[in-house]
Design a protein around this ligand. Structure first.
Ligand code: TRP
Length: 334
């Protein structure tokens, strides 16, 4: 088992914290699928990360299976890529411990996500929350990843990953590839349908603010119809038209059309026609994903077999890096 020599390596991961939104799909997951054609890709369900908020065990189990099925449903081929569950590959936790010892308390304490989360949940500021970036660094460095597709909120974690890798390499010699962030195409920064100055989020208390990747056609149409726009009634991309800009961004991502083309298409038409077209494009975009998800989620035997194979492939590559790092640190080997 060898990585194809000339292909660059990509790693990314997503936490099993519920069905991702259309924003997660257009901003990240769709890109995972696109990249899988050109790179050697490792994609993980980051279940270890998600216990920092202590989910209900049955819920974590169900969501892990669902997230895994969803990754296959977006078209990732488990034979072509390595699609796996993080906790199935013990090397992640093992390398994370080592990396903890090469990260400074002060630099970890500066992570804005740690500061935000500890402020929001003062009742559970656990050490795992603090050590989260070093686990993420382990995810990345184990696979010698060249590129890591990340959203804006994870860029700081990628920076600390690079710092830790450079520090370790500086002490022990070349051990880890220092990864580059891979920022996807612009325009995929999808906003809330109800408050287009905010990011679209699945934890939004207003269910009309986001479209879930597995929403049915009726729900999608309803939510887009009630999306906030403005009083101008003119489809154009401009400052101060956050709602319309957002819908244009969604439409552009789903159809591949440019903003100019969209403006032309809806010249002389109102927001009603525009919203109907956006809704239809989203329905068509998500339909194959939902159909495939519904089929896969009932085939637990297949999903389990894919998980097992993914874990084996991932363990093979991760094991090589882990052994190398352990040897350099000086752990006794026999
Ligand atoms: N922390 C990331 C998030 O919440 C998920 C993640 C875990 C990740 N490990 C990773 C992303 C490694 C990229 C690379 O979005």
């Amino acid at each position: 088992m060898e990585a194809t020599q000339n292909k660059k390596i990509v790693l990314s991961a997503i936490q099993p914290t519920g069905t991702p939104t259309l924003g997660n799909y257009l901003g990240a997951l769709k890109n995972w699928k696109t990249m899988s054609a050109d790179y050697e890709c490792f994609y993980a369900v980051a279940d270890l990360h998600s216990i920092t908020v202590r989910p209900e065990p049955a819920l974590l189990r169900r969501r892990t299976l669902e997230m895994y099925a969803l990754l296959l449903a977006i078209g990732l081929d488990p034979k072509e890529n390595t699609v796996f569950v993080q906790s199935h590959v013990p090397a992640h936790a093992q390398l994370a411990w080592i990396l903890n010892c090469y990260a400074q308390f002060g630099e970890a304490a500066r992570m804005t996500q740690f500061k935000d989360k500890s402020e929001k949940h003062p009742e559970n500021v656990n050490v795992g929350l603090f050590a989260y970036p070093m686990l993420m660094a382990a995810d990345i460095l184990l696979y010698q990843a060249d590129y890591v597709p990340v959203g804006h909120d994870q860029k700081q974690h990628l920076e600390i990953t690079r710092d830790i890798a450079e520090r370790f390499n500086g002490i022990y010699g070349q051990t880890f590839k220092v990864p580059e962030p891979f920022i996807g195409k612009a325009g995929a920064n999808i906003k809330s349908l109800q408050d287009p100055t905010q990011k679209m989020s699945k934890s939004d208390p207003n269910a009309k603010a986001f479209i879930s990747m597995l929403d049915d056609a009726d729900a999608i149409v309803r939510k887009i119809k009630s999306a906030v726009t403005d009083s101008e009634s003119y489809v154009r991309y401009a400052e101060g038209k956050d709602g319309v800009n957002n819908l244009m961004g969604i439409y552009a991502c789903c159809t591949g059309r440019s903003y100019e083309q969209i403006e032309q298409e809806f010249a002389g038409k109102g927001y009603g026609d525009f919203k109907a077209a956006v809704a239809e494009a989203v329905v068509e975009e998500l339909r194959p994903v939902k159909t495939e998800f519904d089929r896969l989620i009932d085939d637990k035997a297949y999903l389990t077999a894919c998980m097992q194979e993914g874990a084996e492939k991932a363990s093979y590559f991760a094991g090589k890096t882990l052994r190398k790092a352990m040897k350099k640190v000086g752990f006794y080997q026999f």
